[in-house]
Design a protein around this ligand. Sequence first.
Ligand code: PEP
Ligand code: MN
Length: 264
Amino acid sequence: MGRTRQVAVGKVVFGSGKLVLLAGPCAIENEAQFRSCAQAVKTAGAHILRAGFFKLRTNPQSFQGLGSDAFRLAEQVSAETELPLVSEVIDPRHVEKMAQITNLFQVGTRNMYNYPLLRELGLSGKPVLLKRAFAATLDEWLLAAEYIQSAGNPNVILCERGIRTFENSTRNTLDLNSVAWLKANTDYPIVVDPSHGTGRAQLVAPMALAAAACGADGLMIEVHTSPTQSLSDGEQALLPAEFTSLTQQLERLLASQERSLWKI
Ligand code: PEP
Ligand code: MN
């Protein structure tokens, strides 16, 4: 496959050859935290803002997100920063309401096999960022994408976020083979999430650069203004200054490939 299909999220286009940056905190925790993270990633040059309402946590006692209580705040901050929102949807019953707020639906790793959810997203027609289940083969992942597509929605972007292996020095093993394979065999735009892929802030920049080098169309990066106080995934969050430095390194790397970061 040569050409990548283009998927538009607001004014941002995936699959144009330019690299799209999706960034923000793991979750919306409160107004001050979300606004400061959003402004920081906007200043650093992010194109799409992460707005985590519903968090699927391994431990039911862990912070589960503010849910619909954060919808208005997210809308306000999106308008203030002029950044479209990407948000994880966990329940087919939320699709209609969330479609009014979010610009890009995210399906998380735990829901890649949730076929009723995928069908509902297919019917909605809105762009979907489909994360790879942590133990899915590439074929299973593509069949999950097909659920969305065959329900009438071709606006599917795949997101590699790491798989579970025997290795436990990192949270997951970021499988960049998948990026090269999907580029060669499909026309979907591919986003890479080195934050969940490594689980360690120190490893995010090197793996983000590696993902860009092997042809990713976008990068999803967790950024927090105070990672040590974050209610979820603080260990893998970049500080705004680290994210800014990464964007500069990406510009230089992409220039060597005759590519660049997305600009409208
Ligand atoms: C996330 O992006 O916040 C997330 C929960 O990701 P994943 O589903 O890949 O773990
Ligand atoms: Mn997270």
